[in-house]
Every structure is written in C-alpha cells, then in structure tokens.
Design a protein around this ligand. Structure first.
Ligand code: FAD
Length: 361
C-alpha cells in the first residue's frame, strides 16, 4: 500500500529497455534492487508506437545485454509489437524484479541523507522505497514537446503530437500538416500521404541518411566509440533512416519539406512570407524532452530540461542519482536498443563500486 516503506540498495525508476538493461547488470552484480514502472505491462514506450512502425535495423542488430532479439517471422525489420514481446521475455528470462504499475511521484533527500548511509526516498503511489542509489530511466515518451507558436487558440482543426498518432485511418481525405524534421515525421508521412493530403514542414531541410545506412551503422559507430576510436558522429550520417516505406514515399515525391510555419490560423497554417494553407489537422512530430518530473525535489535540472552528469552518468549535483537511456548526453546512442546496454553496464559498474566503498553489496 501507499504507506509501506521498503529499504533497498538501488531503485531503478522506469522499466523500459533502459531500465531493464540496467536491471540485468544489477542482477549480475548481485545487487539488492527494484525496478519501478508506471505501466501495467512491459515494453516501455514501445507499447504505444503506431501500428506500422518498424525498427531501423534487422533484429540481429538490436540487442539488450545477454540475449539477441530473435527475428520476427516474415519481417527483416521487426515491428514495435515484436520489440514489446522481446522486452517482456527479457524481463522474465533474467527474473528482473519489476514492480507494475508503480508511479514514482518524487525522489527526495531524506533527513540525514548527508550522513554515512543516508538514503534517497522514492515516493510512489504504492509505497515508498528508501534507496542508497537511484537510477532514473524514465525515457522521453511521456514528455512530448510542442514548440510555442502563435495561433494555437484560434486553430479550429485537430492538433496532435507523435504520441497521439496510431495510424492513418482517421485522417483519410483530410489535409494534414506534419511538423518536424526527424524519423517520426518521415515515417508517418510515408503512410499518411497514401490516404491524406500531407504537407511536410521542418525548421531545417530534413537530411536523409544514405539509403544503404541503417542502425547497423550506429551499432558499428557505438562499437568503435566503445573501443575509444575516433570516428564520425551519428549526426554526420544524417537524421532520417531510409527504411523501405520512407524510400518508397520519397520516390513518390511525398517527402518534400517546406520551411517552418510561423503561426496557426483559424483555418490552417501561415508562413513568415504571408502565404497560408488550409488544414484539417496539424501533427507535431517535434520530439520529446527527458521525463524528469519525479526529480524536481532534488533540484538537479540544469535549466535546459536535462541533468548534468559525469562520465559515469552520475548527477553532478546528487551523486546518489544516475541517469540512463535518455540520449547521447547519457552515453553514446544510449536511447537505442543497441546502445542501452553499454551505458547501463558502465552506470551499474560505477554505482556498485560506490556502494561497495560504503560496505554494502
Ligand atoms: P521508455 O521506453 O519510454 O521507458 C521508460 C519507462 O518508464 C516507461 O515505461 C515509462 O512509462 C516509465 N516511467 C516514466 N516516468 C515514470 C515514473 N515517474 N514512474 C514510474 N515509471 C515511469 N530505437 C532503436 O534502437 N531502434 C529503433 O528502430 C527505434 N525506433 C524508434 C521510433 C520512435 C517513434 C521512437 C520515439 C523511438 C525509437 N527508438 C528506436 C528509440 C528508443 O529505442 C525508444 O525511445 C525507447 O523506448 C527508449 O527506451 P527507454 O527505456 O529509455 O524509455
């Protein structure tokens, strides 16, 4: 119940791929830990992606530590549904102590936290965990970002974000403006443009990766970086992976982007040069921010919606807190399936070392 208090060495907040990869290494280290996740079922954000979404890379290039993702029958690029299955089996395989659904409302310093053995309190809707160390792995999906733009209050059509999109069916025959220069926008337009009149709008011209580059290239980059070798960054490859649906749409001419709009109007959108376009819906594929609401009491936000971390992913302002899986700032490619393991491994190594110094674990 809400009033229960449990002591634990490590509490992981978030049970998506980053949280369970972290759990894998905590289990291997013999740590006393829990993973707390607010969803009813495993899979993290993968449970909410649109129906047609496919992985950037073949199953054989997507793995969490210890167990390669098996291929999905009949598909080189696995579906989100398959990833959910993989993450579900992964938790079971490694008997990870994931508690669901448990919403972490806040992480706060306990009185006397600065004394030896002092703890952080992880306060949830199902009780409190007193932890020596907290690893935050809450992802970005629950903090969708919409740019501030004038006219929102007058626009009579529908406004949605990537998180609201499930499939093209309820846009059939409509005029849809899709905003954003990344993979979500490109993949959604690829299928939406088959049934709707789509206009793509992006703050800068979208950059496609070469057609023969998929996340395998990311994997190779991550491996080389892991060995300390220099090489190109992810950004140097371009932003948009040319998965088959995107290639097809580009060949059809459906993926030509317009410059960024300036405001919404009652009937649509307007550009800085005064030109306008009628629209039934505006779909914001404008990304996410790290989901850090539970960390507010710790005062670790760097003012830009992130937490300043050291090389071991520990928060500079609170060394009992580590951050995993949010993006390159928590480890190279750490927000991808293939990158999550590397960052989880080094983070757990630093945490268990610190706990051992205190004579625990
Ligand atoms: P999440 O999956 O979001 O997991 C975080 C978990 O924490 C969730 O269950 C969440 O509900 C929970 N949570 C949040 N706040 C709290 C709280 N306060 N208390 C308790 N629980 C909480 N990566 C690839 O490698 N290949 C791909 O092809 C690929 N495609 C992608 C396509 C899209 C559209 C998107 C958005 C991302 C894609 N990614 C891909 C990137 C990445 O793999 C996913 O974003 C992944 O879900 C990130 O995992 P995570 O564990 O960090 O976060």
């Amino acid at each position: 119940g809400r009033g229960a208090v449990t002591d634990v060495d490590v509490a992981v907040v978030g049970g998506g791929q980053a949280g369970i990869a972290t759990g894998y290494f905590l289990r291997r280290a013999g740590a006393d830990f829990v993973v707390l996740d607010d969803r009813a079922t495993p899979g993290g954000a993968w449970t909410e992606y649109w129906d047609s979404l496919r992985l950037f890379s073949p199953a054989g290039h997507s793995m969490l530590p210890g167990w390669w993702m098996p291929p999905e029958e009949g598909h080189e690029y696995p579906s989100a549904h398959h990833v959910v299955w993989y993450l579900t089996e992964y938790e079971r395989r490694y008997r990870l102590p994931v508690h669901r659904p448990v919403t972490v409302e806040r992480v706060e310093r306990e009185n006397g936290h600065d004394l030896p053995g002092g703890r952080l309190r992880v306060v949830t809707d199902r009780g409190t965990w007193r932890a020596r160390h907290v690893i935050s792995a809450t992802g970005n999906w629950s903090a969708p970002h919409l740019p501030s733009i004038p006219g929102r209050e007058v626009f009579a059509g529908r406004e949605l974000h990537t998180v609201d999109y499930r499939g093209p069916d309820d846009f059939a025959g409509q005029r849809v403006v899709v905003v954003g220069g990344g993979n979500s926008a490109a993949q959604i337009i690829a299928e939406l443009s088959l049934v709707a009149d789509t206009t793509w709008v992006a703050a800068r011209p979208p950059r496609f990766m070469p057609d023969d580059v998929d996340a395998r290239a990311l994997f190779d980059l991550a491996t080389r970086r892991g060995r300390g070798e220099e090489g190109p960054g992810v950004g140097d490859l371009g932003d948009i992976v040319v998965v088959p649906s995107v290639r097809e749409a580009r060949e059809r001419g459906a993926l030509k982007a317009e410059p960024m709009i300036e405001r919404l109007t009652p009937g649509g959108v307007a550009w800085p040069d005064g030109s306008t376009l009628e629209a039934d819906a505006v779909l914001w594929c404008t990304g996410f921010r790290p989901a850090l609401g539970h960390l507010v009491p710790l005062g670790v936000d760097d003012g830009h919606g992130r937490v300043r971390v050291g090389a071991d992913n520990r928060a500079v302002a609170e060394p009992r807190l580590s951050m995993v899986g949010y993006g390159d700032w928590t480890g190279f490619a750490s927000a991808t399936i293939i990158g999550a393991g590397r960052t989880a491994k080094s983070t757990v190594a630093a945490v268990t070392e610190a706990l051992e110094r205190e004579g625990r674990v």
